[in-house]
Design a protein around this ligand. Structure first.
Ligand code: PMP
Length: 344
């Protein structure tokens, strides 16, 4: 199967959510002078919802952690947040209600676009949520190349901030990798060590156990990696976070990439070095999927049910999208009224 990350972007769903209101996808607008365009000021999240194994409940994985990371990205870029967690979750439920189909999971992309303001004065942002259906089949193991492009340093463009600008270099790395016949690329950091893939973190496994770079190596603070760490613990596997040299990666027994969309996708090859496909990472992948489909539980895996199989929304998440203002999230004064609906 082709790798789904880019395929989901090619879908054109019929609805999007703009500041808590459903808007026809083709009617969503942004002005050319918005700082989202002129200075690439937008932060976003990728959130996945899963149908349970029995097909009865659709639940979102770790929405609170995604909300908190979105707020942290916004705060670090001095963008005010004008919605609450409860409103955010209710918005996901509204969109799921429109776009969810049986036998397909859903990937949500909430993006906070800066629509008003100038160099930090009078900044206002609109929250737009889009969602794309996801097939449930297993992806093929990936073939990766180490890119000549590098992950930017914390003092240049912090990896901790999940902003669109951070994906400019990732895009170049992916284009380069595809030109060379690979599926995707790995990026090194300023120190020449492994940072991450274009849209996922990197895991290796060898006789010492499973290793992934810490966020101080300029990779995103991944929610999936935290869940995998807990799952590895449950399985009695050693899981460590330390910097990974390029040759350590190339001499590992197994390699995988981890992220909300990738889940844990096995890597077959990096730059002609081949990896095992049936070791601990494959085992960990199976465990992760069981957790996502509600076949198992563990601490730190927060699945919030949104929709039941009969199409009814779970009542606890119904509510207004933008309720009280949440300037405490950023410490930046928020507008006294919520941004108008219907525009971005
Ligand atoms: N690194 C990058 C650059 C990503 O885009 C992602 C996907 N959000 C990840 C890592 C994995 O993060 P998460 O597990 O939170 O999706």
């Amino acid at each position: 199967m082709a790798h789904t990350a880019s395929l989901s972007q090619l879908q054109k769903p019929s609805w999007a959510l703009v500041n808590g209101e459903l808007v026809r996808y083709e009617d969503v607008r942004i002005h050319i002078s918005a700082e989202a365009l002129t200075r690439a000021l937008s932060v976003f999240e990728g959130i996945k919802g899963y149908w349970s194994h029995s097909g009865e409940v659709f639940a979102i994985r770790a929405p609170r952690r995604h909300f908190d990371r979105l707020c942290r990205s916004a705060s670090l870029l001095q963008i005010p947040v004008a919605f609450t967690y409860e409103g955010f979750l209710a918005g996901l439920a509204m969109l799921a209600d429109k776009l969810l189909v049986p036998d397909r999971d859903l990937w949500f992309r909430p993006t906070l676009y800066v629509t008003e303001g100038h160099w930090g004065e009078g900044t206002r942002a609109d929250l737009v949520v889009t969602a794309f259906t996801q097939q449930m089949n297993d992806p093929d193991p990936m073939r990766l190349g180490v890119s000549t492009w590098r992950r930017s340093a914390d003092v240049s463009l912090p990896a901790r901030v999940k902003c669109s600008a951070n994906y400019v270099v990732a895009r170049l790395a992916r284009i380069e990798a595809r030109r060379l016949g690979y599926d995707d690329a790995l990026l090194l950091n300023d120190f020449g060590r492994i940072a991450e893939a274009t849209g996922a973190c990197v895991l290796i496994a060898d006789r010492r156990g499973i290793t992934t770079p810490p966020t101080s190596e300029y990779c995103l603070d991944s929610i999936t990696v935290d869940i995998l760490e807990q799952a590895a613990f449950d399985l009695g596997l050693r899981f460590d976070r330390h910097p990974i040299e390029r040759t350590e990666l190339l001499s590992a027994d197994e390699c995988g990439v981890a992220g909300t969309i990738s889940e844990l996708t096995l890597v077959a090859e990096v730059d002609g070095f081949h990896y095992e496909q049936s070791g601990v990472l494959s085992h960990l992948r199976q465990r992760y999927l069981e957790l996502m489909r509600g076949q198992r539980e563990t601490i730190g895996v927060d699945l919030v049910p949104l929709v039941q199989a009969d199409g009814r929304q779970v009542p606890s998440v119904a509510g207004p999208f933008v309720s009280v203002l949440a300037d405490a999230q950023t410490g930046i004064p928020s507008p006294t009224v919520a941004a108008p609906a219907g525009r971005i």
